[in-house]
Design a binder for this molecule. Sequence first.
Ligand SMILES: C[S@@+](CC[C@H](N)C(=O)[O-])C[C@H]1O[C@@H](n2cnc3c(N)ncnc32)[C@H](O)[C@@H]1O
Length: 261
Amino acid sequence: MTLLNIQIDKETVTKVTQLVRFRKSEWLHLPLIRARNMKAFLKGRLSKRQYELARSLNYEFKRWKCRIGAPKQFETDLTKFHLGCGDRHLKGWLNVDLFDSDVNLDIARGSLPFADGQFEAIVSQHVIEHLTIEDELIPLLQECHRCLRIGGEIWLSTPDMEKVAKSYVEQGNDDMVEDRKQRLPHWGLNGMPNQHFMNDMFHQELEHRNLFDQGLLEWTLTQAGFTQLERVDEGKLLECYPAFPPRNDDYQSIYMKATKS
Ligand SMILES: C[S@@+](CC[C@H](N)C(=O)[O-])C[C@H]1O[C@@H](n2cnc3c(N)ncnc32)[C@H](O)[C@@H]1O
């Protein structure tokens, strides 16, 4: 059988069958893509372009699934909102992501199901670069502004376009690669030269839509109604909210805090 130009033989079918874990209540989870070893499995069999397409389709599928299943209103006593939590679930926080979170939401759908002034704090680390600015991020931040109480704060972190570009010009990204390898020993550029870090940051297998420098991030927050802005770092975030596991990523990231006035 041939699919997307890939030869599907008996052995492949057997392997896929072994990897697929159907959970009755979660059949819509597209287990073919979610299975633990699927990333490596697909990488070995698809071209880079096909692999990125598969990942994009999986992402869009999860977003669509969240949109059809999302509550119109969600009531909670929690006053701290962890936006795009990934697998970092924090006690005492409302941890939100596309899957396996307290409330699975597509945060880029234009509205959040929470009451006005529900939250005293919102934290989102390395998520905003996954959204388009005009029609996804600004509406999301407007919603965050609505859901914050007066004096409430939103803390954002994202890869810093200025740091990455400066590192490319001055060091061909050698320092960024070194920093990343120290934090994530299994990470690598697959034998590509260090300058490729720049490309990886900009698209990250089609996951990233934009990088931000301080000016662009401030402009975006201002468009959403925030006027009190402060550049911070991870240390400041952890001082306020020690429950967050450190990412130790100041070297490549920008952190901003905005307060609702
Ligand atoms: C790079 S990970 C960061 C995860 C976590 N904040 C951390 O610091 O490790 C980006 C996260 O954003 C989530 N995300 C991206 N787009 C999203 C969307 N439209 N709705 C909800 N979550 C989204 C992804 O599922 C992923 O968990």
